[in-house]
Ligand binder design. Structure first.
Ligand SMILES: Cc1cc2nc3c(=O)[nH]c(=O)nc-3n(C[C@H](O)[C@H](O)[C@H](O)COP(=O)(O)OP(=O)(O)OC[C@H]3O[C@@H](n4cnc5c(N)ncnc54)[C@H](O)[C@@H]3O)c2cc1C
Length: 481
């Protein structure tokens, strides 16, 4: 296959075989390795805590109680309720921005797992409710309605648990795809915060009425530790650290400039930024305090490698928040949460790297191209854009590629209509994997970093897998949850 057959791809091989290596990479704190075992440890925590929950239930006579119908229903109901609570706390921990978890999984992956765990937790909670209700009715012979009255009147915390079910049902229903797409992101996010209320309201009935809790020391220690870990993590990493970082670094907008046809670049400076453990490829949640919409945080990736003096983002004008960036004025105060995400040099395990981005997904790729340690020929950047006019950072990319000896390809053209493909319609004669291999013949030896629209990213990922890149060497961050 020759380049000529790959009409939409324009190659800018820079600067040729005699390239000088770029300056030695700075040892950025954020560039530290992120070992695979961090990820495994976080996964193991979920299963291990679930095992402890089951073990405590067995130890408390859960199996023996299965001998009678009423007792069995109650006992199974209790087990499912306990697992539902454990998963609810895992859900909270998944979103608590714990740094090693963030760096290992990335926020999009965490959000997906949070969602999955959430639906399981909710279903188990409903099963717990029904089994306990029926089991109690069988045992007490009070009938279904009499049982409800008895439970609410005589067991402390049950009324609060009913309120918890209402809050968690609302959160779950608004998270189902159909209803979520009908809501604005902010409305959905606000409603979602009721999940914390749900967790809080569910605790008392477990503490006051839970058979596996009352008078059972190991269970008491275990559950208190789990609740404290969840609450502590949220307070430390979602509240404390962002406030402390914002106060410490005193970030201010230093420069605002238009980027391409429909994007804005914002440069922010502050104190001690060399102490901020951020790496190229990561993102922050940003609030620009002296501008309209300051109450809403928006996630934007760094579009330049952090240099210890400034942070830079570039945002496409998509809606109100991103368009408002163009109106920012230098001196505006900035609040940040982060850095977050796993699209950084720390997950790299191979010398060769393919950076592939589409549209505004080029922002973290540009920063990675700048920061990744590399010898000439190690890094290839593939940039998928609709048209030449949509290409951002063209001069910067060429200059960086020249300094570092990286290769850059732009892949231009409208979407393929005849098939799903990461390629443009004009490359319909190529398979997705062949095209990648054409650009990067030793594709299977690369770490592959992907960023772009969610479906486009899936297609690149599938092409890379088919091209022999192991799953663990594919790193991605979606710009949507
Ligand atoms: C990890 C990550 C990194 C990102 N990096 C960049 C970047 O470098 N450059 C860039 O241009 N865009 C980036 N985005 C996308 C950017 O955050 C959204 O385009 C922006 O928040 C839209 O806000 P808006 O008010 O302009 O538009 P809206 O009309 O409010 O939203 C447009 C779309 O953005 C989504 N969105 C809005 N707010 C959020 C939020 N707080 N979290 C997640 N999704 C949200 C909405 O679901 C909607 O689909 C990134 C997104 C994520 C999740």
């Amino acid at each position: 296959m020759s380049t000529a057959t790959l009409h939409p791809m324009t190659e800018h091989p820079m600067p040729g075989p005699g390239a000088r290596p770029g300056p030695a990479p700075r040892p950025m704190p954020g560039g530290r390795p992120t070992p695979q075992w961090w990820r495994d440890a976080a996964g193991a925590f979920t299963w291990l805590t679930m095992l402890v929950v089951v073990a405590l239930w067995v130890r408390n006579g859960g199996i023996q109680e299965l001998a009678t119908v009423g007792g069995g229903l109650m006992s199974l109901g209790r087990l499912l309720g306990l697992v539902a609570s454990q998963l609810l706390l895992v859900q909270v921990l998944l979103m608590a921005r714990i740094p090693f978890v963030e760096r290992s999984y990335g926020q999009d992956e965490l959000a997906r797992r949070h969602r999955l765990v959430g639906f399981w937790s909710f279903n188990l909670m409903v099963a717990h409710l029904l089994l306990t209700w029926f089991g109690y009715a069988v045992q007490t012979r009070q009938g279904l309605w009499g049982t409800i009255v008895d439970l609410v009147a005589n067991y402390p915390g049950i009324l609060l648990a009913v309120a918890a079910v209402v809050a968690l049902t609302m959160v779950t229903v608004t998270s189902i795809k159909v209803s979520r797409s009908a809501l604005r992101y902010e409305s959905w996010h606000l409603l979602h915060l009721y999940a914390y209320l749900g967790v809080g309201l569910a605790v008392p009935h477990q503490l006051w009425s839970g058979q596996d809790f009352v008078g059972n020391r190991p269970a008491t220690v275990f559950w208190w530790t789990l609740y404290a870990a969840a609450l502590g993590s949220v307070l430390v990493w979602r509240v404390g650290v962002p406030i402390a970082r914002t106060l410490r670094h005193r970030l201010l907008v230093a420069e605002v400039r238009p980027e391409g046809r429909d994007a804005t670049t914002v440069v922010v400076t502050g104190r001690d930024l060399d102490r901020l453990p951020a790496a190229a490829g990561q993102f922050f949640q940003w609030r620009f305090l002296d501008a309209p919409g300051a109450s809403r945080a928006h996630p934007y990736s760094l579009s330049a490698a952090p240099d210890g003096r400034s942070l830079r983002i570039t945002a496409a004008h998509l809606g109100d928040g991103s368009s408002a960036l163009a109106q920012l004025t230098p001196g505006a105060r900035v609040m940040i949460e982060g850095p977050y995400g796993r699209l950084h040099g720390g997950v790299r395990t191979r010398r060769k790297v393919l950076l592939i981005g589409a549209g505004i997904g080029i922002t973290p790729m540009r920063a990675l191209l700048e920061e990744l340690p590399q010898a000439p020929g190690d890094v290839t950047l593939v940039y998928r854009a609709h048209a030449q006019d949509d290409v951002l950072f063209a001069d910067e990319l060429l200059a960086l590629a020249g300094q570092r000896g990286a290769r850059i390809f732009t892949v231009l053209g409208g979407r393929a209509t005849s098939r799903e493909s990461w390629l443009p319609g004009s490359a319909a004669h190529l398979s997705d994997t062949d095209a990648l291999r054409h650009l990067v013949p030793d594709l299977a030896d690369h770490d592959v970093y992907i960023c772009g629209g969610p479906r486009w990213m899936d297609l690149v990922r599938e092409a890379a897998l088919a091209g022999g890149v192991p799953e663990r060497n594919i790193h991605l961050e979606r710009f949507a949850y």
